[in-house]
Design a protein. Structure first.
Length: 387
């Protein structure tokens, strides 16, 4: 039986492990953390990723958790719509909804697909030999026919395989994320929307079970986080107190201990390839991006099922990984670039630049509810390879 070692038990790594196991591979997942309980945050599973999840048997389980209804789009800080569409129009166009859910829910669904004993927690990978597939961990050595490096934006595997390649760069924004109760807030007010102000963004994404995922960004220098959770919440309140309902109320409800702040980095310079020898890079390790298109996790899921497909076709692992690069590098590079472009627009703070930006977005919105959707066609109209 072919052996695969997956480095990292995030969404991309778990999807890869499940997809490989489904194709008959013996899989070991090495995760340096003592648990796989992710930081409390939400994510969007778009139609392209739902189709990918169908190939490992969990697409429908994710669809059952869809909570977004009514209209969605981009708003001004005052609440006026710049661009909007309906959730139904999106589902009609792509055949699937965009499902907003907790990252922990996705991790749990994927972990349940792993064979018993496949996940090794508290196991740090120290070295990988791309030629032989030898993986050295702090608990011993593992030999693999395939190594999947899903070890995140600061991937040590990527650094070892591509020494000298530029590291991820600061996007210019820091982010805050939290989950709050939506009880007592009207459904009309809880529209799924991203609101843009001067150098700041606030997103409101309704979840199941009377919860709402909120995220915010602001244009500030990196490394400016506060010492205490209470101070982080106080900064959020200061920045967004005057924004439209229900943003101030949601910030006020945030548990300071669950507010996560992190500077946003991304890979501005694409890798030349996503593989070396027997090692494949996946997700943030290969093409980390800003969150503006909501495609970080989705592209990692796509990577995973394409990788499993390619190595399942027969032939050498090296040839399969070369095909994986040919599939995924042209797909992910423009998505990274487009997401970074949107990020740059949200950072504008000059009043004239902001007014011009808002005018362009609103004029595009006047073209009808499908205008915003058409811009997503290149991302959402993706289908996984046939088995």
């Amino acid at each position: 039986m072919a052996e695969a070692v997956v480095i990292g038990a995030g969404i991309g790594g778990l999807t890869a492990a499940a997809a490989l196991a489904r194709r008959g591979w013996s899989v070991t997942v090495c995760e340096r953390a003592p648990s796989i309980e992710p930081v409390g945050s939400g994510l969007a599973i778009a139609p392209n990723a739902l189709r990918a999840l169908d190939t490992i048997g969990v697409g429908d389980r994710v669809r059952e958790l869809a909570a977004l209804q009514g209209v969605a789009g981009v708003r001004r800080a005052s609440g006026g719509w710049l661009s909007r569409t309906s959730v139904k129009a999106a589902q009609d166009r792509y055949g699937d909804p965009i499902v907003l859910l907790l990252r922990s829910t996705v991790v749990e669904l994927l972990a349940d697909l792993l064979p018993p004993g496949a996940l090794r927690l508290d196991t740090a990978v120290q070295r990988v030999d791309a030629t032989t597939g030898l993986v050295t961990t702090d608990a011993g050595e593992l030999r693999a026919d395939l190594v999947v490096a899903a070890d995140g934006i600061r991937s040590s595997t990527r650094r070892a395989l591509f020494p000298g390649h530029p590291e991820p760069v600061y996007s210019g924004v820091t982010s805050w994320r939290f989950v709050a109760s939506s009880r007592g807030i009207s459904r009309q007010a809880l529209t799924g929307a991203e609101s843009w102000g001067r150098g700041q963004v606030f997103g409101v994404m309704p979840l199941a079970r009377d919860e709402v995922y909120c995220y915010a960004t602001a244009t500030v220098p990196a490394g400016q986080g506060h010492a205490t959770p209470e101070e982080e919440k106080a900064e959020l309140l200061r920045r967004f107190r005057g924004w439209h309902d229900p943003i101030p109320a949601l910030v006020d409800r945030a548990d300071p201990a669950r507010v996560v702040r992190s500077d946003v980095f991304y890979m501005d310079t694409p890798l030349p390839v996503f593989h070396r020898g027997r090692v494949a890079l996946l997700g943030d390790a290969a093409h980390s991006m800003t969150p503006n298109l909501g495609q970080g996790a989705c592209q990692a899921i796509e990577d995973a099922v394409v990788l499993a497909h390619r190595v399942g076709e027969g032939g050498s692992v090296e040839d399969a990984l070369a095909a994986y690069t040919r599939d995924r590098l042209p797909r992910t590079t423009p998505i990274v670039q487009r997401s970074a472009s949107i990020n740059r627009m949200t950072r504008w703070s000059n009043p004239l630049a902001v007014a011009a930006r808002d005018t362009v977005v609103s004029l595009a919105g006047l073209a009808g509810p499908t205008a915003a959707l058409r811009q997503a066609d290149a991302v959402f109209n993706w289908w996984p390879p046939e088995n």
